[in-house]
Design a protein around this ligand. Structure first.
Ligand code: UDP
Ligand code: MG
Length: 311
């Protein structure tokens, strides 16, 4: 291990969510520990066991006995990837934190580069963007790209595309994230929401080292919903937009009625009335949506603003 100098006088936390990863857990500990120990800083590796039903916990506890840097947070049941990450963030004690998946799809070999962007270039958030994704079907790849595209076009904050949870965040960001105690967190959105100078590095996503993907379609849908409903008011505004469209259709019908009044069929006025009543109902739903958005913002309790520094 290189000798500790001033330039590596900091503590790094690595947060690794684990769900049914018994086949790859030992290799994950070994590979992550090798990279971080070579960086010469103080460090802790926080493995969050997210209610695994296999021997993941035993493997992690075994690793902890041989390695004082390993911490194991065992959740009472499966809470899902995002909450496992939250648990890791909330238990961290480092000056910076890197989140990485436990299946070694994200290369720990990028850690020095992530840390360099933080330490030498002053970025508080360093996202890692997937340039390519190995080991998933073209359909799944296209599906992921489409989701990131939709989210980034309707989201109220600029959430970088094709960026998962593999990122470095500095202490001020960690502290701000800890205050964001919302239900169904979408950590990628929260990390963008807090602000602070951020940058992106690119990498090729590898195949899983072992085991099966733990994201079922249902879990993936929940993740998409957390992203969309957590960071966009667009769905709540649909009522108002649909109301407007329907109202315009109603006006068009009225104009047609005036132009073709001789040839108009008997039921046309009742269709027009239905369209106008429908548009009013959508409007009413839209207005409720706007109030709901305010209540939702209030109950989420995100900070109103984040001060980076006072001069
Ligand atoms: N994971 C978790 N809880 C879950 C599902 C997944 O902690 O309910 C972990 C899993 O062990 C892995 C990471 O989250 O470390 C990403 O999961 P996965 O590899 O299945 O997702 P993908 O790479 O397919 O997006
Ligand atoms: Mg994976």
């Amino acid at each position: 291990m290189p000798e500790s100098t001033d330039s590596n006088n900091y503590k790094l936390t690595v947060v690794i969510p684990m769900y049914n990863e018994e086949a790859g857990a030992a290799e994950c500990v070994r590979r992550v520990d090798k990279i971080v120990s070579e960086m010469g800083c103080q460090y802790e590796l926080i493995f969050v066991n997210d209610g695994s039903r296999d021997k993941t916990l035993d493997v992690l506890i075994g690793a902890k006995q041989n390695n004082p840097h390993v911490r194991v947070i065992d959740l009472s049941r499966n809470f899902g990837h995002q909450l496992a990450i939250r648990a890791g963030i909330e238990h961290s004690t480092g000056d910076a934190l890197i989140v990485i998946d436990g299946d070694l799809q994200d290369p720990p070999e990028l850690f020095p580069e992530l840390v360099k962007k933080w330490r030498d270039e002053g970025f508080d958030i360093v996202h890692a963007r997937r340039k390519t994704r190995q080991g998933i079907s073209a359909f799944a790849d296209a599906r992921a790209k489409l989701f990131y595209q939709i989210l980034s076009s309707i989201s109220s904050v600029d959430i970088p595309r094709d960026v998962g949870d593999f990122r470095l965040i500095s202490k001020p960001v960690i502290e701000t994230l800890k205050t964001m105690r919302e239900q169904q967190p979408y950590v990628r959105g929260q990390a963008a929401w807090v602000g602070y100078p951020s940058t992106i590095i690119e990498y090729d996503r590898e195949k899983r080292f072992a085991g099966e993907p733990q994201y079922t379609l249902v879990k993936l849908l929940h993740l998409c919903f957390s992203g969309i409903f957590g960071f966009s008011r667009m769905p709540l505004r649909l009522g108002i937009y649909l109301g407007l469209i329907l109202f315009a259709v109603g006006i068009l019908f009225v104009v047609l009625l005036i132009i073709f009044k001789n040839r108009i069929i008997g039921w046309a006025p009742s269709v027009i009335a239905t369209v106008f009543v429908g548009s009013l109902q959508f409007f009413a739903i839209g207005i409720i949506g706007e109030y709901l958005a305010i209540v939702l913002d209030h109950s989420r309790g995100r900070p109103l603003y984040v001060v980076k520094r006072e001069y």
